[in-house]
Design a protein around this ligand. Structure first.
Ligand SMILES: Nc1ncnc2c1ncn2[C@@H]1O[C@H](COP(=O)(O)OP(=O)(O)OP(=O)(O)O)[C@@H](O)[C@H]1O
Ligand SMILES: [Mg+2]
Length: 489
């Protein structure tokens, strides 16, 4: 007898009991009381008989059942969540009964099957998933569980590779549906002991992708490959005995796309971003606490690292003794600024604590790479150094395609010459290419860019002349030469 047959018998008996209980209101009081006692006793006996039969069936049945409860003790069972996602997604395209939900942290409406029993096939072997037959959508969530049924002869295949496949796929679907979050650290005065609110978060809505970043295509491909192989390299790192983490240093002038690239990294790998504001972290202990509260497979970014901390190479040089006034000013600043030290930060990146969560990416951005202490950016800590620089003609073409859907234009030649003669950041180029009116007008956008490039060229020329004059006038004999020249004239 199959499990389905038992379920049918159960529902028939329950139906009979219910009918009897409804009819009893038409009977005299005495008869009603006896009937109620009879119904209760029968139900109790039935559940006992059913349990006994279940045991007998499972003893003789060729099928094996595995149960996955939603909670294991006080903790939610992560296997249940992954299974729920996997089973829900099983052939949603074929099913006629679907359920749509917009759950917390999901970026779009998620469609899942609404069947209670779903079959699946793995390596030609059929299995069945049943959401706890006795629970209903109104019952308390603690009661929920999934049952997996399969034939005894496939025990090894199903309990091994199949379940691994289910968990892996379920987690991958969860990650795909998850809305990425952008976290920022709260000042420690606002941390409450009963609630872990070290970080505040909002949905990460930045749509930046590597396709829209203007930079050398070869370099871009190298970065994308590096990121993807890192994200898939868990086993490889384990084999090497190295913590699964990687550091990227992004440097270059303002407006060259450093922050944009961080968002593109998160969008590529589906990782959350933790934007760490170091100046509000009081000391190394707080820094460590913040680290332990970040999730695995996330990006921890420290923007403008040179401004956040005294991490310049100059830090060890002896300074002249400050006078009283300077000392007072310094004390006041010290009271309010971070006491995070360089060694604290190095520990944060590659100390034992950083290995507590895995798959972490550390990103530092700076406008002044030369000011940073070499220890902070050495390979192994910041594994990849990425320079983002002024826009090249190739970069401009990428931006023109993104902003104006243009891959060629008669003004491109003139723009190409101007890019050889002057420098402009991708942010400025993008600003000029942005259509000023509702309707895209490529001609006026390109002309405005040409004007901006010519202005920048003129400005650079003037600055160069002023600089030369300043340097010349600094030389002690400059005025002498000038006088002699006047005298000769
Ligand atoms: N390489 C680029 N490709 C495409 N767009 C870019 C690029 N660089 C900058 N932009 C545009 O300019 C804007 C500012 O760029 P972003 O904030 O990433 O610069 P940044 O290098 O982080 O500057 P800062 O050093 O001041 O923080 C972005 O919104 C983006 O639209
Ligand atoms: Mg930035």
């Amino acid at each position: 007898m199959t499990i389905d047959s038992w379920a049918q018998i159960g529902s028939t008996v329950a139906g009979l009991m219910f009918t009897l209980a409804t009819l009893q209101q038409f009977f005299p009081h005495q008869l009603r009381v006896s009937l109620q006692q009879f119904v209760l006793a029968s139900l109790q006996q039935f559940s006992f008989v059913q349990k006994l039969c279940d045991k007998l069936v499972s003893f003789f049945s060729p099928y094996i059942q595995i149960t996955f409860p939603e909670y294991s003790g006080y903790w939610s069972n992560q296997a249940f969540d992954a299974i729920e996602t996997y089973v829900g997604a099983l052939s949603t395209t074929k099913a006629s009964l679907l359920k749509g939900s917009l759950i917390k942290n999901s970026k779009a409406l998620v469609l899942t099957r609404d069947d209670r029993k779903v079959s699946d096939e793995f390596d030609g072997v059929k299995v069945w998933w049943v959401l706890d037959p006795s629970s209903s959508s109104t019952s308390s969530s603690e009661d929920k569980y999934f049952q997996l049924m399969f034939h005894r002869q496939h025990r090894d295949l199903i309990t091994g590779p199949y379940l691994d496949h289910v968990l892996e796929q379920g987690k991958a679907i969860e990650a795909r549906n998850k809305q990425r979050r952008l976290y920022t650290n709260n000042p420690s005065d606002n941390w409450r002991s009963y609630k872990k609110n070290l970080w505040s978060d909002i949905a990460l809505e930045n749509p930046a992708t590597f396709q829209t970043i203007a930079m050398d295509p070869k370099k871009k491909e190298e970065i994308v490959n590096d990121l993807v192989s890192f994200s898939k390299g868990k086993e490889y790192y384990m084999k090497l005995g190295k913590p699964w983490k990687r550091g990227y240093l992004l440097y270059g002038p303002p407006g060259t796309g450093k922050s944009t690239m961080v968002a593109a990294m998160a969008n590529l790998l589906n990782y959350d971003i933790y934007d760490l504001e170091l100046t509000t972290v009081k000391n190394n202990t707080e820094l460590r606490k913040l680290l332990t509260e970040t999730s695995s497979q996330s990006i921890i970014v420290i923007e403008d690292i040179d401004c956040s901390l005294d991490v310049t190479g100059e830090r060890k040089k002896q300074r002249s003794k400050p006078n009283e006034k300077e000392k007072e000013k310094e004390d006041h600043v010290n009271e309010n600024t971070s006491k995070v030290t360089l060694s604290g930060l190095l520990n944060f990146i590659d100390g034992t604590w950083s290995a507590c969560g895995t798959g972490r990416i550390f990103v530092f951005t700076t406008n002044h790479v030369n000011k940073l202490d070499p220890a902070l950016i050495r390979r192994g800590r910041m594994d990849m150094h990425i320079e983002l620089s002024y826009c090249s003609f190739e970069g401009f073409k990428m931006l023109a395609e993104n902003y104006l859907d243009l891959d060629s234009h008669e003004l491109f030649e003139k723009i190409g010459i101007l890019f050889k003669e002057t420098k402009m950041t991708p942010a400025d180029v993008a600003e000029n290419l942005m259509p000023k009116r509702e309707k895209k007008d490529p001609d006026s956008c390109l002309e405005s860019l040409i004007q901006a490039l010519e202005d920048a060229k003129e400005k650079a020329k003037k600055e160069k002349t002023t600089k030369i004059w300043k340097e010349r006038s600094k030389k002690p004999y400059a005025s002498l030469i000038k006088k002699r020249w006047l005298f000769q004239a």
